[in-house]
Design a protein around this ligand. Sequence first.
Ligand SMILES: [Zn+2]
Length: 377
Amino acid sequence: MKYSIGVDLGGTDIKAGLVSSEGDIFCRVVLPTDVEVGKPKLVAARIAEAVRQVIVKAESVGIEVISALKHTLRSPLSTEKESESPGLHSGQHPVDDSLEIGVGLGAPGLIIAETGVIHFSPNFPGWTDIPLVDYVNTELAKLNLSKISVGREPQTGTNGKYEPVLKAMDNDVNAMTLGEFRHGAGVGYKNIVALTLGTGVGGGVVIDGQVYHGSQNTAGELGHTVVEPDGRYCGCGNQGCLEAYAGAKNIVERTQEKIETGRSTILVSAAADEASLTPRKIAEAAQAGDQLATEVFTETGRYIGIALTSIAHILNPQIAIIGGGIAEAGEELLFEPIRAEFSKRAMDIPARMKIVKAHLGNDAGIVGSAMLALGGE
Ligand SMILES: [Zn+2]
């Protein structure tokens, strides 16, 4: 069995875990990102520390991570020097077969997977073209992880290096999509799309078993599919994007607008205090039979169904997997309106696309990031 360490970098937390090639998480660690510190090298050090803690934890529960490292032939520094290094291409190419453990990183923003660079990230203001993979590998080398050994001597690899190497970085939603594809709702399919409904609406695409990156790493922005040409303004600058209707903030705004028309709803008291009105509260109100709240979710589902129609016509995927906090609204409130709108609009054959809830939940980021490092099909 191969292992890898998946790291899910977010604006608030760094989540890391040791994951088997079967998709099981053996141990996990959560550290604050401390985004206010903001300096890329400090964040890189925090990521390396999360990896160290995962290894310590794995060792303490008897998982022989260090012995699994013995075939890690490439040192962090030699990885940096090899411009043709296969390690950074694991989105498209299998990593070296001799590798038994590596680290994969999912990060928010526009990620250049081939070079391990964050071009831009909304979660890290001011970061432009940051070579985060190099930074993290430098920090990992400093930690001298081969010295960590509980109850046994560290073993020597052919070049005397044991450090787990950060093998691959990709956009966090691409990583989650890969996680669902390998070990979640996408198992058994070749062509999938995924949507994550959170603060924003993320998207990922797997074609013929591979995450599709497009010509300049920007493919899969499914949340910016236009569903209303003169509609609500989106954070991207465009008008009428799916995100402008199905993102958490926008769901709350649409609810508030309805409440302001004077309609009766059990949400009135929650709406008085802006911060307390959340998609979860709106979903609970809908589940309790509140007409206005139900309408908000029916409309949200309708817009998702419209977006999925275009996506199905362009890509003809077998399945669309929908995750993120808002997907917790569930079958009746959200998925039924999505499917109703989709089947009304989509052409016969693309309409066969299944629409399901994601399986991995909060683990999708760690599992998917770990899969980036394992490479292969
Ligand atoms: Zn947009």
